[in-house]
Design a protein around this ligand. Structure first.
Ligand SMILES: Cc1ncc(COP(=O)(O)O)c(C=O)c1O
Length: 491
């Protein structure tokens, strides 16, 4: 049976190019309204999980639905029931941005649908990724020329970095022999380091017991002398020290480890140094932050997340290694059906991580960097860092408020409301109530952490839409919630 072109398009093919354009315009109209009204929308939904599930639940659709109806339903059932990370008053976790060029970049990535696994499978896309990685290295003042790759997030980047470190232990030949005959491999980090290190240790067969968590100093950093002592102790006990993971912007408080001193300890013991700059790395572009960040080039590998800082939506993380072949030695494996002729200047990105099929992730970054230019990006990051200083000053001048992470230059402000006549437990309770009250109201959104001093409210500032009046509104909410919460405690 044959079909005419017309019948095929109607019954089997994709939307016509005209329909794509029309439906695209309809989507952009929704997005335009979304961004025009976002500031006045709640940051998060108040609906229960069950209500949201019920609202979204429907039987598997059999008949085609007109796309305008699908869009209408999305804006009726989905977008009002999100927590809006792209909201100017979202300050939880790490506030990030999805900017105009990146939004369109993701659309183009899906339309082109190239698979950046081999040079031949996506030649210019691999070239764009190489250029973007060089630009990102320049932004971090990290040497170009080693192995580098874009991955989905810092958790996997760190896993790949530790796999590269493990591959460097050539005497153990773990790639071929596995871990059975190897001594326990040890990874060192402060107790402020992200849980992705633990997940990497689980996955790589290193084991959680072999992640040596060294208690951080009062300012949340890893003391090189304590690190050195831990490595020596382990070596005497017959363990095999593998790597150190240092924080350049820890998750709880944005603390920054003394990387150069840690690098000297690593050199002394021939250990791999991985810098987790997932959050802190690209803040180097803000002039007022840069002098406070260490020289990343001393690290064997660095992860820095464009999707946390560089006006870029989830998912985009850059893994950079100083050494050529560090990643490829760990991950190169080419079955016949993927073997291609190697051409000078080409890169097969499938050899740099576990991922084979890879999206054209670099395009959105290429568009962001070209559209804003370095000047535009730096200006925006500097403005966010200024807003964080503004909040720090407001809290520093207000009775009973403490900025508990004053030493970080990064725009992450950890606050605790601590009237002196209350016990630690009462203060914890008040801060939990402030946190809950702000998020329940929904006009701003914050997160928390627990530090030595107790429960702390985290305010991360970095969304491209956030302005001074958003921070003033948040501060007003914090102080109002504190007064109410304190009344609750006294009464
Ligand atoms: C310091 C740090 N490292 C790593 C990660 C993991 O990042 P991702 O979500 O990109 O895997 C995070 C997440 O917030 C983080 O804060």
């Amino acid at each position: 049976m044959t079909t005419t072109d017309h019948e095929h398009e109607r019954a089997l093919g994709d939307w016509t190019p005209q329909q794509l354009e029309d439906n695209g315009h309809a989507l952009l109209a929704y997005l335009r309204e979304h961004f025009e009204t976002l500031r006045s929308q709640p940051v998060t939904t108040r609906k229960s999980a069950q209500d949201i599930r019920a609202q979204i639940h429907e039987p598997l659709p059999t008949d085609p639905q007109p796309f305008p109806d699908v869009l209408r339903q999305t804006w009726q059932d989905v977008t009002p029931n999100l927590t809006h990370w792209n909201h100017p008053r979202f300050h939880a976790y790490f506030s990030n941005s999805s900017s105009g060029p990146a939004i369109l970049g993701e659309m183009a990535t899906a339309a082109l649908n190239v698979n950046v696994m081999l040079w031949d499978s996506a030649p210019a896309a691999a070239a764009v990724e190489m250029t973007v990685l060089e630009w990102l290295a320049d932004m971090l003042a990290y040497p170009r020329g080693g192995d580098a790759v874009l991955v989905d997030g810092a958790s996997l980047a760190t896993l790949y970095a530790l796999a590269a470190a493990r591959e460097r232990l050539t005497d153990l030949d773990i790639r071929n022999r596995g871990l059975a005959a190897a001594p326990p491999l040890r990874v060192y980090a402060s107790d402020q380091t992200h849980s992705s290190i633990d997940k990497a240790a689980i996955t790589l067969g290193i084991g959680l017991d072999n992640v040596v968590r060294i208690p951080a100093t009062a300012d949340g950093t890893l003391a090189p002398s304590a690190l050195d002592a831990a490595i020596r102790r382990d070596t005497r006990a017959g363990h095999r020290p593998l790597a150190v993971v240092a924080n350049i912007g820890s998750t709880s408080t944005g603390s920054i480890d003394p990387l150069e001193d840690i690098a000297r300890v690593c050199d002394g013991h021939d250990l791999w140094l991985h810098a987790d700059a997932a959050y802190g790395g690209f803040w180097r572009l803000a002039g007022q932050v840069r002098p406070h960040l260490p020289d990343l080039s001393v690290a064997d590998s660095v992860v820095a997340n464009p999707h946390k800082v560089l006006l870029c939506p989830m998912e985009a993380s850059a893994l950079l290694c100083r050494h050529t072949d560090a990643l490829t030695n760990a991950f190169r494996l080419v079955p016949e059906y993927l073997s291609t002729r190697h051409e000078d200047g080409s890169v097969d990105f499938m050899n740099y991580s576990l991922q084979l099929g890879r999206q054209f992730r670099a395009l959105k970054l290429w568009w962001i960097i070209k559209s804003f230019g370095m000047r535009g990006i730096c200006d925006r990051l500097e403005a966010a860092a200024d807003l964080a200083d503004h909040l720090r000053k407001a809290a520093g001048n207000a009775p009973h408020w403490q900025v508990v992470n004053p030493s970080t230059p990064l725009p992450l402000v950890c606050l605790r409301y601590a009237p002196p006549h209350l016990t630690g437990e009462q203060v914890d309770e008040i801060n939990q109530r402030i946190h809950r009250q702000i998020n329940a109201r929904g006009s701003s959104y914050v997160s928390h952490t627990v530090l030595e001093c107790g429960y702390v409210i985290r305010v991360s500032i970095g969304n491209i839409h956030t302005r001074g009046d958003d921070i003033d509104a948040l501060w007003h909410e914090l102080t109002t919630a504190a007064a109410t919460a304190q009344e609750g405690t006294q009464g």
